[in-house]
Design a binder for this molecule. Structure first.
Ligand code: GN1
Ligand code: MG
Length: 364
């Protein structure tokens, strides 16, 4: 791999370049960079997962330019902290390919910000407003649908096809260890594939979605009181709003950690669920259809189920997709997600009532 300083030099020049690791994503590698005092984020884009880097970067450019224009038009203060800003390489491309075939990009660093793996109900309400507003701002994106950076990314049918293949192949010899969990996954197949069916019947639309609305993909101000900016835009592409809603609940409304080994810690926090739902509907209610609203709570279960399946697939395959910290990490993640799913199942009637009440409140 080329020296990091040299890679930074492909984008910006300066005398004093400092680079240090940043963040804890499961996919890309991120670094904080300072060039003569100006700060940036450098990322190595995971090229085995994102196959078409020019299209990926073009998506991000389209999305960020569109949002920036809207913010400027609205007269929003501090626009450079409200939307990511890609820096083109000196050759004009939005990425740099190094001698070893790694792909890199540079963005401005958003100053005085913080992110959370766990938040309180008040912030969850603001997070809901922010993701609703994000979808809302992108509703009139021109130039046609975005490129699908990972085909069938949140398509449960396709995720299950891959999963059953991993079960059959049993590449890492781990199938017997996870047999019970495989059966639990099988029991829920029909329910979890419902959105794909609704889409085929023309009843559930695709919109421009973020597709990775993890709570830590929102930047808050330094005091941790206001949302500044939505980040991690690699997967912004067409999808169902229930996915974006559900992925936030999966990560933001879990009383435990995504990979908690103490399953007693893991459950759905209904106060966060309620606050997020209220916030989201405030900014999203005008463009959502009845079917979309009716399936929001299902989205929370679905994305938790999907993540149970995806982590288990990777465990069966011998850990080839997600970065792991220990041999059983993917299994631990999968079990923790399944526990969260069970907690949502126990509280499902209540979750649906919360959505109904939030719709009424938003319409007042
Ligand atoms: C990955 O990049 P990161 O860590 O925010 C993954 C998401 C998963 C998530 C699970 C491209 O997101 O889809 O939900 O891990 N991104 C990709 O925590 O697969
Ligand atoms: Mg991320």
């Amino acid at each position: 791999m080329e020296k990091l300083g040299k890679i930074v030099g492909k984008f910006v020049s300066g005398d004093k370049i400092q680079v240090s690791p940043l963040g804890a994503g499961h996919i890309n590698d991120s670094y904080k960079v300072s060039v003569d005092g100006k700060e940036y984020v450098l990322q190595r884009i995971n090229h085995s997962i994102f196959k078409n880097i020019p299209e990926l970067q073009n998506n991000i450019l389209r999305v960020t330019s569109h949002i920036r224009k809207k913010l400027l038009k609205k007269g929003v203060q501090d626009v450079e902290r409200r939307v990511l800003n890609l820096i083109a390489a000196q050759d004009g491309l939005l990425y740099h390919e190094d001698e070893s075939g790694n792909y890199w990009r540079l963005m401005d660093f958003i100053k005085n910000s913080t992110s959370f793996d766990k938040i309180n109900p008040e912030l969850a309400g603001k997070a809901g407003e922010a993701f609703g507003e994000f979808q809302n701002m992108l509703a009139d994106l021109h130039g046609g649908p975005l490129y699908e950076t990972i085909p069938n990314f949140h398509n449960m049918e396709s995720r299950l096809d891959t999963f059953w293949d991993a079960v059959r192949q049993n590449r890492a010899g781990r199938f017997f260890e996870v047999y019970d969990l495989v059966q639990e996954i099988e029991k829920r197949v029909d329910e979890m594939c419902l959105p794909e069916k609704l889409h085929r019947e023309g009843r559930l639309p695709k919109r421009t979605n973020h597709c990775d609305t993890k709570v830590n993909n929102l930047l808050f101000n330094a005091e941790g009181t206001e949302v500044l900016c939505v980040v991690d835009l690699d997967t912004v592409m067409p999808g169902y709003v229930l996915s974006d809603f559900g992925d936030f609940i999966r990560t933001g409304a879990n009383t435990g950690a995504e990979d908690d080994t103490n399953l007693d810690n893991v459950s759905i926090d209904l106060r966060i669920f309620e606050a997020y739902t209220n916030g989201y509907l405030t900014t999203a209610k005008d463009f959502l259809t009845g079917t979309e609203i009716d399936n929001l709570a299902l989205g929370a279960k679905l994305l938790t189920y999907m993540q149970t399946v995806r982590f288990l697939t990777d465990y069966l395959d011998g850990d080839i997709y997600y970065k792991i910290k220990s041999t059983k990490h993917n299994l631990e993640r999968s079990l923790a997600q399944f526990k969260l799913l069970q907690s949502m199942e126990e509280n499902y009637a209540e979750m649906q009532t919360i959505v109904d009440i939030a719709v009424n409140n938003a319409n007042k």
